[in-house]
Design a protein around this ligand. Structure first.
Ligand SMILES: O=P(O)(O)O[C@H]1O[C@H](CO)[C@@H](O)[C@H]1O
Length: 319
């Protein structure tokens, strides 16, 4: 009896790679769950051979917001599939390219497509490109995402600057920094209370004011997904102080804070989170993409102008 059980486990190494990986059919068929410092170095060296110019700003594009990368000039586009050890984006609205070039005159690296835990990647795998971009030389990060509006004052299409986050997977022991800490990346116990740079937030508000645009400022709740929230969960997140909810960003910003990035987080409110049991509305990804694409120009303009702040070094406490 026990012999048979062992035999069947051996022939289907689920813990290693999953049955789909054995068949080689699933895009997430990855077995390496951790990226060592040496692995990040290998990836950075590979990229540097293709793109010698040092990026100063890293940008991560959220769902439906990848059009920003198309505005980069003198571009080098490296598909994730051509970068050693890189995962692939599998979600509609996320392309799978690392794009280098200049944006408003500044050297940038842009993730045109991100990775989410619900795609089957660990949070460490989802976030590790942040370390690659840091190793390439970037010290400022702009993270964008689509999010549901928990705050009842918010409307669809609002742009929310993220002032803080609730990393809910981390509450359940799912933090990208779990495991061996390589001090070359950052400290074992990193502070994250100021993960979202206050000066960047203030500068972005000033920029928006020039366009008579009122930006929201709030707390982003990061969940694992892929289900949108139940009504009870929406009510709970509101009680916890959440203003917007999504399935990304928090693990990326955690690694960014760990390695010392200054980060600006921008959430586009693509749908309202309704807590009325009589309402028939449900969030759907098609709406998320549609609203993101509708508002992309506005967001791109704000980030374009924000680059002037970085170029002119128009900041205090630059570290
Ligand atoms: O956070 P981004 O990648 O913008 O995407 C958001 O949109 C998807 C749900 O519609 C989820 O992946 C959620 O996190």
């Amino acid at each position: 009896m026990s012999h048979n059980t062992n035999t069947s486990i051996k022939s289907a190494p689920i813990a290693e790679s999953g049955p789909w990986a054995a068949a080689g059919e699933h895009p997430n068929a990855v077995t390496n769950r951790f990226y060592t410092y040496e692995c990040v170095q290998e990836i950075a060296a590979f990229i540097q051979r293709l793109v010698p110019a040092k990026p100063e700003l890293a940008i991560i594009c959220g769902s439906g917001l990848g059009g920003l990368a198309d505005l980069i000039v003198d571009k080098t586009v490296i598909p994730y599939s051509e970068i050693p050890h890189f995962p692939r984006s599998t979600v509609v609205g996320h392309r799978s390219n690392l794009v280098f070039g200049t944006f408003n005159g500044l050297n940038v690296v842009c993730m045109q497509g991100r990775f989410h835990p619900y795609e089957g990647y660990t949070t460490a795998m989802c976030a590790f490109p942040v370390r690659v971009m840091h190793m390439l030389g970037a010290r400022s990060l702009v993270v964008t995402c689509a999010a549901g509006g928990l705050n009842k004052d918010y409307s669809v299409g609002d742009i929310m600057l993220i002032k803080d986050h609730l990393n809910l997977p981390s509450f359940a022991g799912n933090n990208p920094l779990i495991g061996h800490n390589d001090e070359r990346f950052g400290p074992r116990f990193p502070p994250v209370g100021h993960a979202y740079d206050r000066q960047y937030i203030m500068k972005m508000k000033e920029i928006a004011a020039k366009y008579n645009l009122q930006l929201r400022e709030g707390v982003y709740c990061g969940l694992g997904g892929p289900c949108y929230e139940t009504i009870a969960e929406i009510n709970m997140l509101r009680l916890l102080g959440g203003d917007a909810v999504g399935m990304s960003t928090v693990h990326e910003v955690t690694l960014a804070a760990h390695c010392g990035f200054r980060t600006l987080g921008i959430a586009l409110i693509t749908n309202k989170c309704l807590s009325d049991y009589n309402s028939t509305y449900e969030a759907v990804h098609e709406d998320v993409i549609r609203i993101s694409e509708l508002k992309a120009d506005e967001l791109q303009q704000l980030i374009f102008d924000f680059v002037n702040v970085l170029k002119n070094n128009d900041l205090e406490n630059q570290h």
